[in-house]
Design a protein around this ligand. Structure first.
Ligand SMILES: C[S@@+](CC[C@H](N)C(=O)[O-])C[C@H]1O[C@@H](n2cnc3c(N)ncnc32)[C@H](O)[C@@H]1O
Length: 365
């Protein structure tokens, strides 16, 4: 059966599915989703050519609840334990499959992946062991380039059981660079809170590597709204910025001793910077999404800051709808009152839980 598999955080399958339904229809593809709660992925069923069209045209960066997605080549189950590799070879040499996917072969790299769930974790040891013989087997049948190539599509093997897997592919120009679409980060020993990883991840996901040195760098001024105890401020300080940390709660003492932080015990919704010299506004206040969205728009429209990263905390139900409405509100407000063109991106990051992270950037004129 053809279609797409979209990887997501377990528990967010319905939101991921709702987003696929809407965004694929906007590109003229009318498929249907199969989503089971807590399985960590969604299957979107559509025709083979439609799936390939979406792999090229539906930008992963435009999908909030999808970490990575792959076009299904084949699904194999009841694989014989003794020789799974040759069964994969047989499937990939099938004439119909080759005719439908002739431009995908040979792939430039192999990614053997599992769902980000407890049962996926149990399979990851097997996935690792399977990778080496499988890679060899794929090279034998010329489904994989001899040397890794980032210009060719990636071949994904999504392991659902020790005898059950899905073969798929993604295009190098529309994929996450990380296995399973997950950027794993080490928790720094001296960071004041685990949420520090959210901002670290956000900088790496939203700011292209080649621009990071220029856009997230030493000497910049930043404001952190809802800063206590200082996990996000820690990331700004680590990058050499001077930070105005706004929160009634206490800030980590070691962070204050850096000399790079001024603590304002004020309401983040009322705080305004004294000078228009702020590059980064970050905000992690627990508040209604639309209220945070409007505050961020105000900072950008008034040119108090150049770029903003913030969280939208999600309600229990209709989470995709809530996010869509907040993003629409942001785009409309900036189009009406802003100066210039803004890029608005949103993602449920690996380190996010009941929230998504948004980045807004005014493009240089
Ligand atoms: C999730 S915590 C922030 C954690 C922080 N980003 C970190 O990494 O350590 C939310 C913070 O927002 C603060 N907060 C909520 N409403 C606020 C407001 N109106 N003004 C200032 N701070 C607020 C709370 O006091 C709380 O410390």
């Amino acid at each position: 059966m053809s279609g797409i598999i979209a990887y997501c955080r377990a528990g967010f399958e319905n939101d991921c599915a709702a987003e696929w339904q809407e965004k694929s229809a906007a590109l003229g593809v009318y498929g249907y989703c199969q989503a089971t709660a807590q399985q960590g992925y969604v299957v979107f069923r559509c025709q083979v050519e439609e799936a390939d069209h979406l792999a090229k045209k539906l930008a992963l960066t435009d999908l909030v609840f999808t970490r990575q997605f792959i076009v299904i080549l084949a699904e194999l189950d009841q694989l014989p334990v003794a020789d799974r590799v040759s069964q994969v070879q047989v499937a990939l040499l099938d004439e119909d499959l080759l005719a439908a996917f002739d431009t995908v072969k040979p792939a430039g790299e192999l990614r053997v992946e599992v769902a980000d769930t407890n049962s996926g974790k149990e399979l990851s040891k097997f996935a690792k062991k399977f990778t080496v013989p499988l890679r060899r087997g794929l090279r034998q049948i010329e489904w994989l380039t001899e040397r890794e190539s980032s210009r060719r599509p990636s071949l994904h093997v999504f392991i659902l059981g020790t005898d059950h897997l899905v073969l798929g592919y993604s295009y190098s120009f529309n994929q996450s660079p990380w296995p399973m679409g997950i950027l794993r980060l080490r928790m720094p020993n001296d960071a004041p809170s685990r949420s520090t990883l959210k901002l670290d991840e956000a900088f790496q996901v939203f700011i292209p590597a080649g621009e990071r040195e220029q856009r997230v760098t030493s000497g910049m001024n930043a404001v952190d709204l809802g800063a206590s105890p200082g996990g996000w401020t820690y990331q700004l300080v680590r990058r050499g910025m001077m930070v105005q940390a706004v929160d009634n709660g206490p800030m980590d003492e070691a962070l204050m001793e850096s000399g790079q932080v001024r603590h304002f015990r004020e309401d983040g919704f009322k705080f305004k910077p004294k000078k228009r010299n702020i590059t980064w506004l970050v905000c992690d206040m627990v508040e209604k999404p639309d209220r945070v969205a409007m505050l961020m728009c105000e900072w950008l429209v008034e040119e108090y800051c150049k770029e903003a990263i913030f969280n939208l905390k999600l309600p229990m139900k209709k989470r995709y709808q809530t996010v869509s409405e907040s993003l629409a509100l942001i785009k409309e407000t900036l189009a009406e009152y802003g100066h210039g063109r803004y890029r608005v991106s949103a993602k449920q990051l690996y380190h996010d839980r009941e929230e998504v992270t948004v980045h807004i950037y005014r493009e240089p004129s």
